[in-house]
Design a protein around this ligand. Structure first.
Ligand SMILES: CC/C=C\C/C=C\C/C=C\C/C=C\CCCCC(=O)SCCNC(=O)CCNC(=O)[C@H](O)C(C)(C)COP(=O)(O)OP(=O)(O)OC[C@H]1O[C@@H](n2cnc3c(N)ncnc32)[C@H](O)[C@@H]1OP(=O)(O)O
Ligand code: FAD
Length: 664
């Protein structure tokens, strides 16, 4: 018999002003896409082969083993089911089977295969790609070292060309040159794409990618000259064997250098790539994907927190009245609704980012590399902004669930532990924001020279003069809000550029001037990215997939997202002189009014994300809202509760208590 729905959640759903299915269809690209997503998720979630004890109850070794077993099964089943489309695979594997927890094949699919595809020549692809696609070999992306992650040009691992034998000799010359962090390296991979400094005839040519076998294909032991292992437990990512790797005079053939863009001829002649940054292509790809990872993780956390906030009743709002649902406290709404709005904003931003990525890659593949700087700047900025907001949002959701949020039963700690490193991996966020800032400074200078700018920064040359002080605007109008964000971004870019110039004029060299201005540079890059996200969100509101009710609720969310950003950064907007103090006060009032209007739709808005219970993996966020009975059931399954009296009682507590009693 189907379990009864919690009456509060039932009422919430009945009271919604729109049909969540309309928004689900928009989020996933239409009804057909939604149907196949649901079928694939359900197939994975109901497959007995993928059932296991809660990962939270397992040791790290058990987690690794469980995820490995599932990774192998996924590969087999994916083939049997004929799943090839990336979105389908995301539904079946990433969400359905793994509930977005990392596993030992993660780097093979997210970086090793894309690097082979993107950096290999046709011959190299013919040699390795099929083996890798068929999992005859398993690889990772080994770039970061103990001493250097950010500063790629500072990598110490060397690959020295020997023209006599036409081989590269790989070495780890120092302790800090030890490869450290690559996922799935410690125990799983037998190959890697190695980023190493290329040396030819004693000259350094910078980091290049090499295809390197590290373990025997017979017994999986490290090959001679290779030292490899797991780096130990981490904050999260327990199902992933992030590893270390060292080389001692390991020789690989010349054609193991991935040579799509740069080449080393047999005699040692180096052939330059069209751009040295093409070798960093896989990182740009993954950064673009991380915007999706961040939005999805935040969406999961707000789903849990909002559903639970409708089930949870606490305190007396009015004496003698029943305890209210905690979501009726406006302070609770103020914690959660802006992150609900942000989750939507970043889902839409991630869809655009993926589109821009593939559009740009098509141009790059046909030889037009002029789009690379804009792609790099956009993906760096959006990756950083989205993962920062995700981190803040997940933590806010945890706290909004009170004590139960701290329990693994809520599902929120796992989401946080697993996804918080997105602010660090694939380029540390501040460092990447500075890359965006670098592009903005260049663009700003180009605009000063009257040059035409790329689309995403064209506004830098077209910003209107500041309007007369004292006048107010309708800050609920999305057109006004977009303009305000644009104006703020353009001003911050302009001010950062001025600061750079002033630092230079005061006698600093360029790197010192850059460092001195870097707080403002990051601020400008963030403002630019926020402007992009607001504009992009507003642009989605007219999608024909939406009926008027769905459009109305998404418009409120978009207004809330933009207004909350204004209030949160009111200092910026006021300094800008574009919005006035009265505008900011109005913005606060509008936020309160919008939250009141959104309150009846909050559950339907998170339902529209369409995460089934098996994927949310949260007692607090259950669709049926039957939280308390399942909380007790979940706790009873904890390993400490396998027996009424734990064995440690006999070992330690009993003698201790008995000795104390004997002394009385
Ligand atoms: C719906 C979807 C949901 C879920 C999705 C599922 C999963 C999510 C996906 C994946 C997550 C899983 C696993 C991730 C595992 C993480 C793996 C890793 O971390 S791999 C290691 C990553 N390492 C880094 O990112 C290193 C960061 N450092 C750098 O990239 C660079 O060193 C630097 C900081 C950018 C600076 O480089 P460098 O010092 O060489 O360059 P300069 O600063 O001097 O700049 C020179 C010039 O080049 C431009 N430039 C730099 N990088 C790039 C680039 N990549 N592309 C294009 N251009 C680049 C730079 O802007 C300068 O330009 P100029 O101003 O001179 O014109
Ligand atoms: C879970 C996880 C998985 C990973 N997987 C992989 C993988 O598969 N393969 C791989 O190769 N690597 C991997 N990494 C490594 C990851 O890519 C690096 O940790 C990341 O790029 C950050 O580099 P770092 O550790 O050197 O940080 P650091 O650069 O040491 O950062 C420390 C601090 O210094 C600041 N800083 C550094 N440089 C600058 C600068 N120029 N300007 C201003 N501030 C600066 C940063 O902002 C930060 O606050 C992984 C890391 C994690 C946590």
């Amino acid at each position: 018999m189907a379990a009864k729905m919690n009456p509060d959640l039932k009422k919430e759903r009945e009271g919604a002003s729109f049909d969540p299915e309309k928004i689900t269809n928009l989020l996933y690209g239409g009804p057909d896409r939604v149907t196949s997503k649901r079928e694939l998720e359900s197939l994975a979630l109901n497959d007995p082969d993928f059932q296991h004890e809660d990962l939270n109850f397992m040791s790290r070794e058990q987690q690794y083993e469980t995820q490995l077993k599932k990774s192998i099964l996924v590969v087999q089943k994916q083939k049997e089911l004929g799943i090839v489309d990336q979105m389908d695979l995301h539904s079946y594997s990433y969400n359905g089977v793994f509930q977005s927890m990392s596993g030992p094949f993660g780097l093979h699919t997210s970086m090793f295969l894309p690097t082979l595809r993107g950096q290999g020549t046709d011959e190299q692809k013919a040699k390795w790609l099929k083996m890798a696609e068929e999992y005859a070999i398993i690889g990772t992306y080994a770039q970061t070292e103990m001493g250097h992650g950010t500063f790629l040009r500072g990598l110490e691992t060397t690959s020295t060309y020997d023209p006599q034998t036409q081989e590269f000799i790989l070495n780890t010359p120092t302790l800090t040159g030890t490869k450290w962090w690559p996922g799935c390296l410690g125990k799983t991979s037998n190959y890697c794409v190695l980023m190493a400094q290329l040396y030819i005839h004693g000259k350094s040519y910078g980091p290049h990618p090499f295809m390197v076998q590290i373990r025997s294909l017979q017994d999986h032991k490290p090959l001679p000259g290779v030292t490899v292992g797991d780096i130990g437990p981490k904050f999260g990512y327990q199902g992933n064997d992030n590893g270390f790797l060292r080389f001692d005079n390991v020789r690989i053939p010349r054609d193991n250098m991935l040579m799509k863009y740069s080449r080393v001829e047999p005699d040692g002649t180096y052939v330059k790539p069209p751009s040295s940054k093409l070798a960093y292509g896989t990182m740009v790809r993954v950064r673009s994907m991380i915007v999706g990872e961040a939005s999805e993780s935040l969406s999961k956390a707000v789903t849990i927190a909002i559903r639970y906030s409708c089930v949870r009743r606490q305190s007396e709002m009015k004496p003698g009245h029943p305890e209210p649902q905690v979501l009726d406290y406006v302070t609770q709404q103020y914690k959660l609704f802006p992150f609900l709005a942000a989750a939507y904003a970043f889902v839409f931003a991630s869809r655009t980012m993926i589109f821009v990525y593939f559009q740009s890659m098509a141009k790059i593949s046909s030889g037009d590399i002029t789009v690379l700087p804009e792609l790099h700047a956009l993906s760096s900025g959006l990756k950083s902004l989205s993962s920062w907001v995700m981190n803040a949002g997940i933590e806010e959701c945890r706290m909004a669930c009170g004590g139960h949020g701290y329990s693994h039963a809520s599902g929120i700690p796992s989401i946080y532990m697993e996804h918080t490193p997105a602010a660090t991996y694939e380029g540390e966020n501040t460092v990447l924001m500075l890359q965006t800032a670098r592009y903005l400074m260049k663009s700003y200078n180009q605009s000063m020279q009257g040059e035409k700018l790329a689309d995403s920064v064209a506004y830098l040359s077209g910003v209107q003069p500041v309007p007369a002080a004292g006048r107010t605007r309708n800050v609920l109008d999305l057109g006004v809000l977009i303009e305000a964000y644009q104006h703020r971004a353009a001003r911050l870019v302009h001010e950062a550029a001025l600061q750079l110039r002033n630092e230079r004029q005061a006698g600093k060299d360029q790197p010192d001037a850059w460092n001195a201005a870097s707080v403002d540079l990051v601020k400008a890059a963030k403002a630019h990215s926020q402007y992009f996200v607001v504009k992009n969100f507003a642009g989605r509101l007219t999608d024909p997939a939406l009926d008027s009710a769905a459009q109305a609720v998404l418009t409120r969310l978009c207004q809330l997202y933009a207004l909350h950003g204004v209030v949160d950064n009111s200092g910026d907007f006021l300094e800008d002189d574009y919005l006035t103090g009265t505008d900011i006060r109005q913005a606060r009032r509008h936020i309160n009014a919008l939250m009141a209007k959104l309150r009846p739709d909050a559950v339907a808005l998170v339902d529209a994300f369409d995460f089934p219970d098996g994927i949310l993996n949260s007692v607090l966020g259950r669709y049926d809202g039957n939280v308390y009975e399942h909380l007790l059931e979940w706790a009873k399954a904890s390993p400490l509760n396998k027996t009424d009296v734990h064995e440690s009682y006999h070992k330690y507590l009993k003698p201790f208590l008995e000795a104390n009693r004997a002394k009385l």
